[in-house]
Design a binder for this molecule. Structure first.
Ligand code: FES
Length: 571
């Protein structure tokens, strides 16, 4: 038997009070799986697999794992796959966000507790990549992120369809009576037709790009379609790189730094990316004690152009982004705005990567040149004011600019149930000029902060042709959605924030120019209403729901659990 080192299968021995016995026992048990002694001498690469029958976006997981294993074996490592929780966006009740922190704890603890020298994290659907990066950042074992990749588009009567911006567009047409039941049933089968994540610049695609911008994924891999052979080659190369990460250790804490987080914010803004990504990036950075403030977001947003023409901001799909040059093309255009001395999993700096890719072809119809942007300023903007003292988010690149400076009457829905019961009531007192407000859909509301901020246009207005209205809530919005929608209002209504004090008929003022969102009600009246707020109900008595209820933080803190943030070493 070899000496008891702290590497490979000998890492982190089970505690029997006799280390030699623990290693002897571990080796004898792992040999029951047919490994040779020589194979067990190799460094170990864990493969965190998040495949599940409840996650269509991870359908290709088995062949990705196989390709990663190939890369690890070829580089002299021993690949060992292990399962973690999987979060399939549309299969979870009440919302996938509620379970992101649970998955991150699973990843962190299993990476730390099991014997692996490095890990390949395979995820894709919206919350899985954030959860894996949060867990890896906290465990701080050398790690590389591999995404499952986006779906290809489908076709309906000659038109390209991609989940899920087109899902919403067709559903809007159905609600407005423009298409019938038979058509919507046919479209249902044509929206999501391959393995992979949503085909537009939704949350999954945005987080894949952010993982690459941070330096946690191999260069050029974020946008490769799930079913493309390049995706398997990326998996093989990720396995190979995971072995190199053992010999030249680079930990997530060396890659995810204030500078790489700045780069990731620039990329998010230039993509016109998902509003959810700001929550996830804040949570990932928080695991390494790196603050991400909404004030910083605004500063960067004012000097970052939108360059990528993908739905829901533009007209194309992820497969077009990949064919156009993908993240390499985007990073080259953003180069003057980026910190180039940040490290990537390859051991190269971002500057070295971009120098090596200099002069490569790009389709500037899809990834615009910095001199010819889609929008001169970033896709997201934070708003502050008496309605959102802790901030709120608007995706200005996917909103109707004619609604950006507006004062109007509030029409209030007090909960998700109230919204679903009354929004289509023909007698609802509402006009297209009003501002719709949804309360009690934030992190601690019991609803798990759902993607309900995209309030449906009331049916009577939709039928009359209204396509957009100002909508305000403490909820989130799918990255695939569009509209003049103010989200993540902080503090949320359930925590007694000013949003809880809004009443039907109040005046609200939105000014994107001034970055403000204000409730125009005098302070004496608000104080009275505050006193009348009901006591917060106890929503959960036990289990994970109670842990969540007791510890989840507000949107501007990334909705992480307070006890999972990195300790502030300055205190
Ligand atoms: Fe998984 Fe959209 S449902 S990425």
């Amino acid at each position: 038997m070899t000496d008891i080192s702290e590497h490979g299968i000998a890492r982190g021995l089970t505690n029997y009070g006799d280390r030699a016995f623990a290693l002897y026992l571990r080796r004898s048990f792992i040999k029951s799986m047919g490994y040779s002694t020589a194979m067990l001498e190799r460094p170990v690469v864990g493969i965190a697999s998040s495949g599940s029958g409840f996650n269509n976006c991870h359908r290709a997981m088995p062949e990705l794992v196989e390709a990663v294993k190939r890369g690890v074996l070829a580089a002299g490592g021993l690949p060992i796959e292990f399962p973690t929780i999987s979060l399939g966006e549309v299969f979870l009740n009440p919302t996938s966000l509620m379970f992101r922190n649970l998955m991150s704890m699973d990843v962190e603890e299993m990476v730390r507790a099991q014997p692996m020298d490095s890990v390949v994290l395979i995820g894709g659907c919206d919350k899985t990549v954030p959860a894996q990066l949060m867990g890896a950042a906290a465990a701080d074992v050398p790690a590389i992120q591999l995404v499952t990749g986006p779906m290809m588009t489908g076709r309906h009567e000659g038109e390209r369809l991609g989940a899920c911006t087109d899902c919403r567009r067709f559903w809007g047409s159905y609600r407005a009576g423009k298409i019938d039941r038979k058509t919507i049933d046919i479209v249902e089968g044509r929206l999501a037709t391959t393995a992979g994540t949503c085909a537009v610049m939704g949350t999954a695609s945005t987080m894949a790009c952010i993982a690459e911008a941070l330096g946690m994924s191999l260069p050029g891999t974020a946008a490769i379609p799930a079913v493309h052979a390049d995706r398997l080659r990326a998996a093989e190369a990720s396995g190979e790189m995971a072995v190199r990460l053992i010999h030249n250790p680079i930990k997530p804490s060396q890659i995810i730094t204030p500078k790489s987080v700045h780069n990731a914010l620039r990329v998010l803004l230039a993509l016109g990316g998902s509003t959810n990504a700001i929550i996830h990036l804040t949570a990932i950075a928080g695991r390494l004690n790196i603050p991400v403030s909404l004030e910083l977001l605004n500063i960067l947003s004012d000097s970052t152009p939108v360059l990528v023409d993908l739905k829901p901001t533009g007209g194309m799909y992820m497969e077009d982004f990949y064919a156009a040059g993908g993240m390499s093309a985007l990073l080259r255009e953003l180069k003057p705005l980026l910190h180039l001395d940040t490290l990537t999993v390859t051991g190269e700096t971002l500057g070295e990567r971009l120098a090596a890719e200099k002069g490569e072809w790009a389709d500037h119809q899809v990834v615009r040149k910095a001199s010819n942007p889609i929008e001169p300023v970033g896709g997201l903007v934070a708003l502050f004011g008496s309605l959102a003292p802790g901030g709120a988010i608007l995706k200005r690149s996917a909103a109707d600019k004619t609604l950006f400076e507006k004062e109007a009457r509030a029409v209030v829905f007090t909960s998700l149930q109230d919204l679903s019961e009354r929004v289509d009531d023909p007698d609802l007192d509402i006009t297209a000029d009003d501002i719709m407000v949804l309360q009690n859909a934030g992190p601690t509301s019991g609803s798990g902060m759902p993607e309900a901020g995209y309030l449906p246009i009331p049916k009577k207005l939709a039928v009359a042709g209204v396509k957009d209205m100002v909508r305000i809530s403490d909820a989130r919005m799918s990255g695939t959605a569009f509209g003049t929608i103010v989200l993540h209002v902080t503090p949320e209504a359930a925590a007694g924030g000013p949003l809880a004090l809004v009443r039907n008929g109040d005046r609200i003022r939105l000014s994107v120019k001034e970055r403000r969102i204000d409730l125009l009600v005098d302070e004496a009246e608000l104080a009275l209403r505050r006193e009348q707020l009901p006591a917060r109900p106890v929503l959960a008595q036990r289990g994970y729901a109670k842990l969540y209820q007791d510890h989840v933080m507000q949107a501007n803190a990334g909705c992480d659990f307070d006890f999972l943030r990195a300790a502030d070493k300055s205190k």
